[in-house]
Ligand binder design. Structure first.
Ligand code: GTP
Ligand code: MG
Length: 453
């Protein structure tokens, strides 16, 4: 009865979508997955695949009644041994958009429906083929714009990232199980009494671990998504020249007239694996000119939105009041001070300052400084990390819950009340992985103690 009900409730409609880009190419792949996959494909294929039990490749024709639409290869995966965990067929057809659309329409006519975004991955997650971190990683692999971001996402896809949360989950479960067993089975005298020390020790051990995971996650996020960098300064210091030099193309207009740039000019550059989303801004100064004043406001806005601001100064001139005002504006935000026009200087340069020459394309010290500022090292690219906003937010939540539990324990609250925050931290660990928390803790308890043997 139970299995019957489950089957009735969990109906997985058969979905279809083009897995490759909708462009003219040698081949295209159409994916079909779901409860009636083999049934539906059989209605449009020259062979009956309904009884296939093993992974198989078949050559044949896609047919609409007597009309042959294309000669194709079917990759047939019998669930649960498939990406989605369901019966799945990949139809490899000729790479014409017309043919692919015709096949998809035919499958829809026979009962499939077009898949929504990410539905194959969500099916894989629902059938526990992958956890939530791996599902998110699929998207990251597809969207990666640098080799480094792709490699980092592959680590998550392989499950390396999911492993990071396990020691935390286990340590929390140890203490939580002890508390639960104390409360639920007071008659078991040989079980250690859960006390404040257990909680404090656990929290003290886990907080540094969580802090380091947050730190590496934030760096991973930078590798994956890059950072927004505003180039700011007073007029004529060489901001647009710097943008152009970093991009390796003449994107922004450069003249010797102060106030050349009005709108924000954007560009993207891959700096040894980190994507910098650059925003060249209008020179900041008081201006009576209406258009320039609007440009200056946009500059201030760009500085506010940026993850890092490069404040550009003209190293061949004395610092002026306008430079000081801009430096004051960014003093509490991440910034680097860049001394441009170094080609005009004679004599030795101050090693503690970042000198560049946008004119001569001499930017090495700037590139190194950006790397140093972000704390990115070679190993960042190879270290698995919980590196998306959802995962980082949940990690921070675990820390807060644990600190609350420690505070409650130190205030000598009864242990069952202290356990409320610990349970919250535990459930948040499960949430990171997308696990169902219904029976998880009782499994933990039974696996740790001999209760109910
Ligand atoms: N010698 C030298 N001249 C430079 C350098 N960088 C820029 N310049 C010159 O400085 C002048 C101003 O350059 P821009 O890049 O337009 O300066 P900007 O800061 O964007 O100016 P606004 O858009 O007006 O705010 C131009 O004549 C550039 O050729 C440099 O590194 N060395
Ligand atoms: Mg400019």
């Amino acid at each position: 009865m139970g299995a019957f009900l489950k089957k009735k409730i969990m109906v997985f409609e058969t979905i279809v979508a083009l897995a490759t880009a909708p462009l003219k190419s040698a081949l295209a792949i159409i994916r079909v997955s779901g409860d009636d996959c083999f049934e539906i494909v059989s209605k449009c294929f020259s062979k009956d695949i309904r009884d296939i039990k093993e992974r198989t490749l078949l050559v044949g024709n896609i047919v609409d009644n007597d009309k042959v639409i294309d000669q194709v290869v079917l990759c047939i995966y019998k669930g649960p041994k498939s990406f989605t965990g369901e019966d799945l067929v990949e139809i490899i057809c000729h790479g014409s958009v017309l043919i692919a659309n015709e096949i998809i329409e035919l499958l829809i006519k026979h009962g499939a429906r077009y898949a929504t975004n990410g539905e194959y991955s969500s099916r894989a997650f629902l059938h526990q083929k992958i956890d939530l971190i791996q599902a998110e990683a699929i998207n990251d692999v597809i969207n990666a714009t640098t080799k480094e971001a792709k490699e980092l996402s592959i680590l998550s896809l392989k499950g390396e990232t999911s492993k990071l949360i396990l020691p935390i989950k286990t340590k929390i479960a140890d203490v939580l199980s002890l508390i639960e067993v104390n409360i639920d089975y007071p008659e078991y005298e040989d079980i250690e009494v859960a006390n404040k020390g257990h909680v404090v020790d656990m929290v003290d051990a886990l907080v540094p671990l969580i802090d380091s995971l947050v730190e590496s996650g934030e760096k991973g996020l930078i590798v994956k998504e890059g950072i927004k960098v505003a180039i700011a300064g007073k007029p004529n210091v060489g901001k647009s020249s710097l943008l152009n030099a970093l991009l390796g193309e003449s994107k922004a207009i450069v003249t010797d007239i102060a106030g050349t740039t009005r709108d924000v000019v954007e560009g993207e550059v891959n700096l040894n694996g980190i994507v910098l989303h650059l925003l060249d801004t209008a020179g900041i100064r008081e201006s009576e000119d209406k258009i320039e004043a609007i440009g200056v406001n946009k500059s201030l806005d760009a500085i506010n939105k940026a993850d890092l601001t490069l404040v550009v100064l003209d190293s061949s001139k004395e610092l002026e009041e306008e430079d000081k005002q801009i430096l004051d504006l960014v003093k509490d935000k991440p910034h680097l001070i860049i001394y441009n026009k170094a080609d005009k200087l004679n004599g030795t340069l101050d090693k503690s300052k970042i000198y560049v020459s946008a004119l001569n394309n001499d930017l090495t010290s700037l590139k190194n400084a950006v790397y140093e500022k972000l704390g990115i090292k070679e190993e960042t690219f190879k270290t698995p990390s919980l590196n998306n906003v959802r995962q980082l937010g949940l990690l921070r939540h675990i820390k807060e819950s644990l600190l609350k539990a420690k505070e409650d324990a130190n205030n000598d609250l009864p242990i069952d009340l202290v356990s409320v925050s610990i349970l919250d931290a535990y459930n948040t660990c499960l949430e990171i992985l997308g696990e169902n928390n219904q029976n998880d803790l009782s499994k933990e308890i039974f696996s740790r103690f001999c209760v109910g043997k």
